[in-house]
Structure formats: structure tokens, C-alpha cells
Design a protein around this ligand. Structure first.
Ligand SMILES: *[C@@H]1O[C@H](CO)[C@@H](O)[C@H](O)[C@H]1NC(C)=O
Ligand SMILES: *[C@@H]1O[C@H](CO)[C@@H](O)[C@H](O)[C@H]1NC(C)=O
Ligand SMILES: *[C@@H]1O[C@H](CO)[C@@H](O)[C@H](O)[C@H]1NC(C)=O
Ligand SMILES: *[C@@H]1O[C@H](CO)[C@@H](O)[C@H](O)[C@H]1NC(C)=O
Length: 402
């Protein structure tokens, strides 16, 4: 691409970049996605997802090896025993973050009191000792954004009854020395190389994780909302299109394009990692629940109970992102089999779609007196809260050999 053209595009994107910088560095609440624009156009874009004409049940049956029970198809049922830790017992981990909802004054507590019931079997509640026995002498990597961190903190909290890790300052690396078990977070918003937030090199890996996971036994890979905002897409160093870039000279592509390529590139790279022998776990798209407005226009998540299954169906971009992931997982599994690498499904999309009550909303930070209202957080998940089920799932996968 000519430098001149590059400059021109950059001028268009620069304000966005500045905004993104502000949000990530100064107000780390990570509201970067332009969901409004996205959902307005989503219907016309659905056509572009290649997995579009396959229903998700078919895709799920192709990628999950649980013949008897699809763990991820079910419903939330009352569970008076929850939660399994409190903001007190795990204060060292959750205090660092914005998901300690009780501390920030969330008044209702019923959202703890549900557990996931798969249709065809039971999902055991997380057993910290059992988990630590299984992972003894092993290492686990989380690759993704702030939602991946949210997942890792939930795991730290669930384990805190039995053991607490020695951690680096930002908790990106945790060591459970008694168990010789390590856990690391590799921050990667888009999995592929990104420059200035908006330039996505879809066939090049983000080195921040790609060069580091080789020695890990388990790698949980995920990508969520960072694909929603305006972006320029590159393949083989050439600009191939953009999403919401307002430049009529560049072909218009969608988030689906970016999302699919990012997963394809990542899985392909994992399959080509010479010394990697780990189990790769795809943690699927985590739905948000803004109602009565978009994230930047007062949208909120004020419900205090889960949806029943029939009340909320998987549709729109939640469905499309999910299907893209399942399809890419299927391709990766097929490749992986040739050299004995395992790729597993950790499906949070279907269970979490039913949990509009699980987000911090305004209880993800102290209420500020400033006139600038902070957006409500209907993206991340309270700790403790329904996100803890992700680790019930994880333990089940590990029990079955990863
Ligand atoms: C835990 O939550 C309570 C409110 O339920 C709050 O008063 C307390 O400060 C919180 N503690 C920590 C360590 O987060
Ligand atoms: C955990 O990390 C420590 C420090 O980097 C290292 O010495 C140890 O071998 C690691 N253990 C595992 C199981 O990866
Ligand atoms: C598109 O290209 C034409 C011809 O090179 C140029 O005149 C026009 O300004 C470009 N439009 C945009 C939005 O950059
Ligand atoms: C949305 O707004 C309507 C009308 O103001 C209100 O009744 C409803 O409770 C709101 N829903 C949520 C989830 O806040």
C-alpha cells in the first residue's frame, strides 16, 4: 500500500485510535466495540458467513466428542448452595478487577443461586482439589482479552479454598508451587497482529502469544468484542478491505471476515507449532446483554434472573460468531488429528446467553460523582457469578483427558 494512502486512512482512523487508547489505558473498562452500528447492519451481512447455511446443532455435533451428553445444551436451575466462594475469600484476586460486584454495591444476590443442568447428564460443581491433582506438573495458558482474564480470575477464586498462587503484579502469571502448576494470561485482543488498534493483519499472528504457548499443556483461546470496531483488513501485507472505514475506495467487509480469518490463522499456526503437544480449548463467544439502549447510550443489564431457554434464542451476531468458531474448530480438529493434537470445545455461548443477570452493570466500579457517566458493564461477568460455570466445564474437559 502506498504511504500516501496509508496516511489518508490513518487520518480517518486516528480519532478512533485515540479513543481506544483512552478507554484501554485511562479508563480500563474496555468498551471499544461499536455494537450499535454493527447490529444495525448485521442482517445484511449474515450472508457472508460461509457456515451460514448449516445450523449450529450440526456443527456442534461435529466438533464435540461427547456422544452421550452435550454438556452445553441445558438450562439454569435453582441452586441454593451457591456461590462457592465469596468476595472475601478471594479478595486478593478480584480486588484488582472491576468484577467484584458485591464490593461495588450490587444489592441482589439471587444471581449466585443457579447452576447449569445439561439436558442429558449432570455437570459436577468445580472441585478445586480434583482440579489441582489433574493439572499437577502442568501449565495452562489463557489467550484473549479482558473476558479471558475474567475467566482466569474465576478459576483463581475457585481454587482459593485450597491454594493461592504466587503471582506477578498484574496476575498475568500465577504459580501454584505446591502443585507445580502454572497459569498464564497472554493478552491478545484479536489473536492476529494489530497495529494502532485498527489495522488487522489477518494472516499474521500476534507474537505476544504465538511465540509463547509452545511449552503449555493446555491453551484456552478466545476472542470477543474487539472485532466489532472499525478496522482495515490485510492479507499478505495488502489491504483487502475494511469494516466501517467510510472509504468508498476500499471494499467493505465485515467483522465475520475478520473473525473467521483470525481463528483460521491461529488454529493453523497452532497445528504448525513444532514442539507443541498441548490441548487447545476454544472458549466460544461470550454474549453481552445491553437492553434499552446501546452500551454508549445508557443501555443496561438490570435483570436479576436467568432467562428460561425458550425466552432467548441464539441469533444475529451471537449466532454468527459462534458458528464461525465451530466451523474453524472443526477444520482445526481435522488438521490436528494428523499429528495427534487435540482441539476441544468449551462452549459458553449457549449457557451465558441465558444469563443477563450475571454482568456487573454499574457495580463494576465505585459510583463516581463525576458528570461523565461511566457506561454500564454488560460484557464482563461478576465474581462470584455465572462465569464460574466456565471452570466446571473446564474441569469436565480435563477429566476426560483434556
Ligand atoms: C465484599 O462485599 C461486601 C458487601 O457485600 C463489601 O462490604 C466488602 O467490602 C467486600 N469485600 C471485599 C474484600 O471485596
Ligand atoms: C512453572 O514456572 C516456573 C517459573 O517459571 C518454572 O520453574 C516451572 O518449571 C514451571 N512449571 C511448569 C509445570 O510449567
Ligand atoms: C477514491 O479514489 C479516487 C481516485 O483515485 C479519489 O479521487 C477519491 O478521492 C478517493 N476517495 C476516497 C474516499 O478516498
Ligand atoms: C427497559 O425499559 C422499560 C420501560 O422503561 C422497563 O420497563 C424495563 O424494565 C427496562 N428493561 C431493562 C432490562 O432495564
Amino acid at each position: 500500500m502506498r504511504p500516501q494512502m496509508r496516511r489518508k486512512i490513518f487520518t480517518k482512523i486516528a480519532p478512533l485510535v485515540a479513543l481506544a487508547f483512552l478507554f484501554t489505558i485511562i479508563i480500563p473498562i474496555y468498551y471499544l466495540y461499536s455494537e450499535k452500528k454493527f447490529s444495525e447492519t448485521v442482517h445484511s451481512l449474515v450472508q457472508e458467513n460461509p457456515a451460514n447455511d448449516v445450523n449450529y446443532e450440526t456443527l456442534v455435533s461435529q466438533v464435540s466428542d461427547s456422544e452421550h451428553c452435550d454438556l452445553f445444551s441445558g438450562e439454569w436451575v435453582p441452586n441454593p448452595e451457591g456461590p462457592y466462594y465469596t468476595n472475601m475469600s478471594c479478595s486478593n484476586a478480584i480486588d484488582l478487577q472491576f468484577q467484584n460486584c458485591m464490593k461495588f454495591g450490587r444489592p441482589d444476590t439471587d444471581f449466585f443461586k443457579w447452576k447449569w443442568k445439561p439436558d442429558a447428564c449432570e455437570l459436577p460443581i468445580f472441585e478445586p482439589r480434583q482440579f489441582l491433582e489433574i493439572v499437577k506438573g502442568k501449565s495452562l495458558a489463557f489467550v484473549g482479552d479482558s473476558v479471558a482474564r475474567n475467566h482466569m480470575l474465576s478459576l483463581i477464586c475457585l481454587l482459593s479454598k485450597v491454594a493461592n498462587p504466587i503471582t506477578t503484579e498484574e496476575m498475568k502469571h500465577c504459580e501454584y508451587r505446591e502443585y507445580n502448576f502454572n497459569m498464564s494470561l497472554f493478552w491478545s485482543t484479536n489473536l492476529v497482529r494489530v497495529e494502532n488498534v485498527a489495522y488487522l493483519y489477518l494472516d499474521e499472528l500476534d507474537e505476544s502469544w504465538a511465540t509463547k504457548i509452545q511449552s503449555f499443556d493446555y491453551v484456552i483461546i478466545s476472542a470477543d468484542r474487539w472485532f466489532f470496531h472499525p478496522a482495515m483488513f490485510y492479507l499478505n501485507h495488502h489491504l483487502v478491505g475494511c469494516q466501517d472505514c467510510l472509504d468508498s475506495n476500499v471494499s467493505q467487509l465485515t467483522s465475520y471476515f475478520g473473525y473467521q480469518r483470525a481463528f483460521r490463522t491461529s488454529f493453523r499456526a497452532i497445528n504448525n507449532l513444532k514442539n507443541y503437544k498441548g490441548v487447545t480449548i476454544l472458549r466460544t463467544f461470550s454474549p453481552s446483554h445491553f437492553e434499552n439502549g446501546t452500551w454508549d447510550q445508557g443501555g443496561d443489564c438490570t435483570r436479576t434472573m436467568p432467562f428460561r431457554r425458550k425466552e432467548k434464542v441464539l441469533e444475529d451476531y451471537n449466532l454468527e460468531f459462534y458458528k464461525i468458531q465451530l466451523e474453524e474448530l472443526r477444520i482445526a480438529q481435522k488438521e490436528g488429528r494428523k499429528r495427534g493434537l487435540k482441539f476441544r470445545l468449551l462452549d459458553v455461548t449457549r449457557p451465558m446467553l441465558l444469563r443477563p443477570d450475571g454482568h456487573p452493570s454499574k457495580y463494576g466500579h465505585y459510583l463516581t460523582k463525576s458528570k461523565v457517566a461511566m457506561p454500564n458493564d454488560c460484557v464482563h461477568w461478576c465474581l462470584p457469578g455465572p462465569i464460574d460455570v466456565w471452570n466446571d466445564f473446564l474441569l469436565e474437559l480435563l477429566k476426560k483427558g483434556g
